[in-house]
Design a protein around this ligand. Structure first.
Ligand SMILES: *Cc1c(COP(=O)(O)O)cnc(C)c1O
Length: 457
């Protein structure tokens, strides 16, 4: 499969190129040049597979000559062998609604599903390489832990994680900072998640710097993550779709997870609506409901993994809506940068064919956790509560699956506020509270961060 950048589709790249680069040199995101949907017969065959087999069939066409299929199959099974759910994910019932639990990996959020696989893809690539790779990643809390768990101790690579200082939950932080492996570096930036993301983008865009350190990225803009996440939409559909169309509600920040659902739909899965569920950092809800794509200041909420105003993966959707016109996409992205972009009505209609959106504020989120607990004796994390609440507000509970993106124990304060109960970590993760933390605090300053990286490698 060939890939192009959303901002220049005349140059072609292999999967290996785009996997290692993450972001295109022109600042655009990589997408396949074209996507061929599965036929009915193919979907039928896929529907009989278990999770790992399904993952191999969906992922392989996208990575093609990067590795033989047998190798991919063994990497997938290795990646998911430490998950606490036998079939990687789990589906549970909440009355009319179905909940797809994606948090049974080592760091308790859906990010593990793509990241464990990516860690092993790197290892495969690096097996015969001499040069060391430096992976730099920004996190709103969960990506960093998943990346570190997947990459710690791996040969020939370092991982640097930038998180917003004091703006993530202590469990989220501990899952990143308690590791002793020498290739793990935690940096707490005095700023918010968008600042962290901008620092990483600036390092990538500084070609001299990024080349000199052999920089690579695993943020949700990395196409490999999107493919790995598309798998669970198929899995859920085959378990409960029964030939009908299903909608999926997705707690959304960077638009990566929900874009994976869009990819699944483009691959032929009978998906009706993809529900973009946001907290009060609601740029995507404003955009999808009324075309307003102007950024406001990021506010801290009880759903920190969605405290984002720059939804990087949205660029992939815009490229699609603009019928693969990279010049127009580039123009739009510069308007977005100047904070002057409004989506026009015909584009909005196209978006609304596939997406709808809702927003929950913090109070509604807490009330939703409580309501679900009272009615079903099930605890959901605040992000999942936003996904459920959005579905209810839209009246779309029928034939809908809500993606449950994190384990409730990762956000104890919200759970306590809602149900006056402390949700404990799973037994296998109790050690997280016994170990010492290690991280450095740096100002929101690109030169300081570069200097830190240079001095560490
Ligand atoms: C990352 C994350 C999200 C948002 O996912 P995106 O792919 O950034 O839209 C939602 N919930 C949790 C718990 C997360 O960790």
């Amino acid at each position: 499969m060939e890939y192009i950048s959303t901002r220049n589709n005349s140059e072609h790249f292999s999967f290996k190129n785009i996997f290692l680069k993450g972001l295109a040199d022109d600042g655009g995101l990589f997408v396949p040049k074209s996507i061929k949907p599965f036929s009915k017969e193919e979907l039928n065959k896929l529907s009989r597979l278990d999770y790992n087999e399904l993952a191999a069939e969906i992922i392989f066409p996208f990575i093609g000559d990067f590795m033989p299929k047998e190798e991919l199959i063994s990497i997938i099974s290795k990646s998911y062998s430490n998950f606490r759910s036998e079939d990687v994910v789990k589906i549970s019932d909440l009355g009319n609604l179905k909940v797809l639990e994606l948090y049974h990996g080592p760091t308790l959020a859906f990010k593990d599903i793509a990241m464990q696989l990516i860690g092993n893809l790197y290892q495969y690539h690096l097996r015969n390489e001499q040069a060391k790779i430096n992976i730099i990643v920004a996190t709103s809390g969960d990506t960093g832990a998943a990346a570190i768990d997947a990459l710690k101790g791996k040969k020939n690579l370092n991982v640097f994680v930038l998180h917003p200082n004091n703006r993530i939950s202590p469990v989220q932080r501990r899952l990143m900072t308690i590791h002793e492996e020498k290739n793990v570096f935690n940096i707490a930036i005095e700023g918010n998640f968008d600042d962290c993301q901008n620092l990483v983008k600036a390092m990538f865009n500084d070609e001299k710097f990024s080349r000199s350190i052999n920089m690579s990225g695993v943020n949700s803009i990395n196409w490999a993550r999107i493919i790995a996440q598309a798998v669970y939409y198929f899995y859920a559909y085959f378990k409960i779709g029964n030939g009908k169309t299903l909608s999926f509600s997705v707690p959304t920040g960077n638009f990566g997870d929900i874009y994976a659902g869009y990819l699944a739909k483009k691959l032929g899965l009978p998906i009706d609506k993809l529900i973009v569920a946001t907290n009060k950092n609601d740029i995507l809800h404003r955009a999808i409901s009324g075309g307003d794509y102007t950024q406001k200041k990021v506010e801290e909420t009880n759903t920190p993994s969605m405290d984002i105003q720059i939804a990087s993966n949205f660029e992939r959707l815009l490229y699609d809506v603009k019928e693969n016109n990279s010049e127009i996409t580039k123009d739009i992205m510069s308007k977005i940068k100047n904070n002057t972009y409004q989506i026009d009505n015909s584009d909005l209609d196209k978006i609304k064919n596939n997406f709808t959106s809702e927003m929950l504020n913090e109070k509604e989120t807490i009330e939703m956790i409580k309501k679900i607990y009272d009615e079903h004796q099930i605890l959901v994390d605040p992000h999942t509560a936003v996904g459920i609440g959005a579905t209810k507000k839209l009246g779309l509970e029928k034939n809908c699956v809500v993606l449950s993106t994190a384990h409730p124990c990762k956000f104890p304060k919200a759970i306590e506020d809602a149900v006056f109960k402390v949700e404990r970590l799973p037994e296998s993760l109790k050690y997280v509270y016994d170990r010492n933390e290690k991280f450095d605090v740096l100002p929101n300053n690109i030169e300081k961060v570069k200097e830190y990286v240079m001095n560490s490698i």
